[in-house]
Design a protein around this ligand. Structure first.
Ligand code: AMP
Ligand code: ZN
Length: 141
């Protein structure tokens, strides 16, 4: 069973030991505004218990994350009259994670804003893709 972790800033914020600009709270989560927002209204969905990342999270808890993300997305879109919303989260340093307590970003998007969520679209090789799909299918069992 997940618990809080000593010296984790998001454990402290989610449990109210450090103040934040909170927009929502329930038994499991606090949602607050990002300190260095990509755009106005950039919010973070943060569990009150500690998981380093998404793949550490148990299914029961994980199932609570996305309904909350859609609720936050609808709220920021409406309140800020956003043209779109990114819902995303990073796992481990190489993937851009900087705070090692699971969190989901909800970022309102506006036409011609400066947010950059992008990657190069590489060409794929059909044989390689088919092999890879088999390997991953086996791993999913
Ligand atoms: P990530 O890079 O996905 O780990 O995202 C971490 C996010 O946490 C960044 O967008 C930071 O701006 C944000 N952040 C870091 N410290 C704080 C804090 N004390 N309060 C609010 N947001 C924070
Ligand atoms: Zn934590």
């Amino acid at each position: 069973m997940a618990t809080r972790k000593d010296d984790c800033i998001f454990c402290k914020i989610a449990n109210g030991d450090i103040p934040s600009n909170s927009i929502y709270e329930d038994d499991d989560f606090k949602v607050f505004l990002d300190l260095s927002p990509a755009n106005k209204g950039h919010a973070l969905i943060v569990p009150k218990v500690h998981y380093d990342n998404a793949y550490e999270m148990d299914d029961e808890f994980a199932a609570k994350v996305f309904p909350l993300a859609t609720k936050v997305a609808r709220a920021v879109k409406k309140a800020l009259n956003a043209d779109g919303v990114n819902i995303l989260q990073n796992n481990e340093e190489v993937a851009g994670q900087t705070v090692f307590h699971f969190h989901m970003h909800v970022i309102p998007r506006f036409k011609d804003d400066t947010v950059n969520v992008s990657w190069v679209q590489n060409e794929s090789n059909p044989e390689e893709q088919a092999k890879l799909a088999e390997i991953l299918k086996a791993e999913m069992k």
